[in-house]
Design a protein around this ligand. Structure first.
Ligand SMILES: [Zn+2]
Length: 485
């Protein structure tokens, strides 16, 4: 028997508020608390990348701190511990066999640093400071290190089309006063195990002049073999280096979308540009007007980074548009408004899924949007039936962190399907235009900042009292309650 999400929630009648959030304060030029200077040199023959890094941290987060905690993703690929890839994805991630990456630190420290512990526990770097860093004070930490990249189709590594460098240097963990310190997350295999504050970047990249490069920051100069990039308030600094890529560029409504591909994906440019334009009108403008899509051998359908999305070059024609649009939506729900992708993975994913529905509806393809919703409902149903056939109780509890999911199917059914359907239910109740306005409040209020689940609910309430609770209820209620009672 098919089950449906509880439609009684749609019966709630809500009263609009005259809430208004201006974006005059949305300023990407205010210096971030953290800035990185990176000099990156690529040795293609050796699959080696050499990096000099200076990170400057101004204490804006605590009365004082004795240490700075960094996360270092390359350590997750050394095979000292299992790589951050679910076992069912291993053959897509390592089609040429599982192999280890490695790294060597040549220097770690600086005048402000007493000692540095390099990955004594996996992926964690702790710099003990020479003296406590009081609020308003600044400390610098320097790292110099070489990476030997693994051969794989993951976020970090190289394949025959691209060198994927994401989260490839020590990155300062978020400081959370409530949790009493730096939030270090081990790089889990499920979902997107990243939650960082925006920072400023200056990158010098030494790679062959004829390579195509997708970078989160703006290229400001290029000499032979050396390119310089800068960016303020970037959620991350990701680099995809493609020696032989073709480039297709299209500009619409001020956004230039640049697609790096093998020559078969030029047609994506048009609807990708439409998606940027449509979301910009619906939510708010992005600070960066140059955006990249990179089609490469990749272990999943796609993944989002600041101003860059990576997509699998094996995506079918039928799956490409919805995947591209979903990843583009993450420029609002991940990059512009950060959320904790480890403890609340549904938050950016459900909004990206709902934005995808919005795109198809606004482009006159409502029947396709309906078909997508039906596929999400079927996915939930199938998961529940399968669990029951195994004698297990399916949870589909949205409010779990990535570490609490049973497997990728549980994660997909809950985060991408159930949470997206619940979001659509809430949107139906206040009209889709109303939901867009509420999301616009949310985007402007938390512009280049970080928002927890309650911040999303409260932005919905700013638009219409009760809307936040409606979404919370829709997310909380099991669509299968009647059956389990
Ligand atoms: Zn996503």
């Amino acid at each position: 028997m098919k089950k449906i999400l509880p439609i009684f929630l749609t019966a709630l009648i809500l009263s609009p508020l005259l809430a208004f959030v201006s974006c005059e304060d949305c300023d990407a030029e205010t210096p971030s608390a953290v800035s990185y200077e990176l000099a990156v040199a690529v040795d293609d023959a050796e699959n080696k990348v050499s990096i000099d890094q200076t990170v400057t941290v101004t204490n804006t987060f605590a009365e004082k701190t004795d240490e700075l905690v960094f996360a270092f993703y390359p350590d997750a690929f050394t095979l000292k511990t299992p790589p951050p890839i679910d076992s069912v994805m291993m053959s897509q991630a390592y089609p040429h066999g599982i192999n280890a990456g490695s790294y060597a630190f040549l220097q770690a420290g600086g005048d402000d640093v007493k000692s540095v512990s390099l990955c004594a526990s996996p992926c964690k770097i702790v710099a003990k400071l020479s003296s406590p860093l009081k609020r308003g004070q600044t400390a610098k930490v320097r790292f110099s290190f070489d990476l030997i990249l693994p051969l794989c189709n993951a976020r970090y590594g190289y394949n025959d089309f691209s060198i994927n460098l994401t989260f490839f240097f020590p990155q300062l963990c978020r400081y959370d006063e409530k949790d009493g310190g730096f939030l270090f997350y081990g790089y889990e295999e499920t979902g997107d195990p990243f939650a960082f504050d925006c920072a400023d970047y200056r990158l010098t990249l030494d790679c062959p002049n004829d390579w195509q490069v997708a970078c989160s920051a703006d290229e400001i100069t290029r000499d032979i073999g050396k390119r310089v990039y800068t960016g303020s308030s970037l959620r991350d600094l990701s680099l995809f280096l493609c020696p032989d890529a073709q480039v297709t560029e299209v500009t619409e409504d001020g956004y230039t979308v640049c697609i790096l591909h093998d020559g078969t994906r030029a047609q994506v440019a048009e609807y990708a540009a439409n998606a940027f334009s449509l979301f910009s009108d619906s939510f708010c403008e992005l600070p960066a007007k140059r955006q990249y899509l990179v089609f490469t051998p990749f272990m999943t359908a796609g993944a989002e980074y600041c101003n860059v999305a990576v997509l699998s070059d094996a995506l079918s024609f039928a799956d490409t548009e919805k995947t591209v649009v979903h990843e583009i939506a993450h420029q609002w729900w991940y990059s512009l408004v950060g959320s904790d992708q480890v403890s609340a993975p549904w938050q950016d994913e459900a909004l990206a899924q709902w934005s995808t529905l919005l795109y198809f509806e606004k482009r006159g393809m409502k029947s396709y949007a309906d078909a997508l919703k039906k596929s999400w409902q079927d996915c939930c149903d199938d998961y529940v039936e399968n669990m029951r056939s195994l004698g297990e109780i399916p949870s589909l509890d949205v409010f779990r962190s990535t570490t609490d999911y049973r497997d990728p199917t549980d994660y997909f059914a809950t985060v991408y399907c159930k949470a997206a359907l619940a979001t659509d239910l809430a949107a139906d109740s206040i009209t889709h235009d109303g939901f867009c306005k509420a999301l616009s409040f949310y985007a402007k209020k938390h512009f280049l900042s970080f928002a927890d689940e309650n911040a999303l609910f409260s932005s919905l309430d700013d638009y219409e009292q009760g809307a936040g609770n409606l979404l919370k209820s829709a997310l909380s209620v099991s669509p299968y309650r009647a059956d389990s009672e």
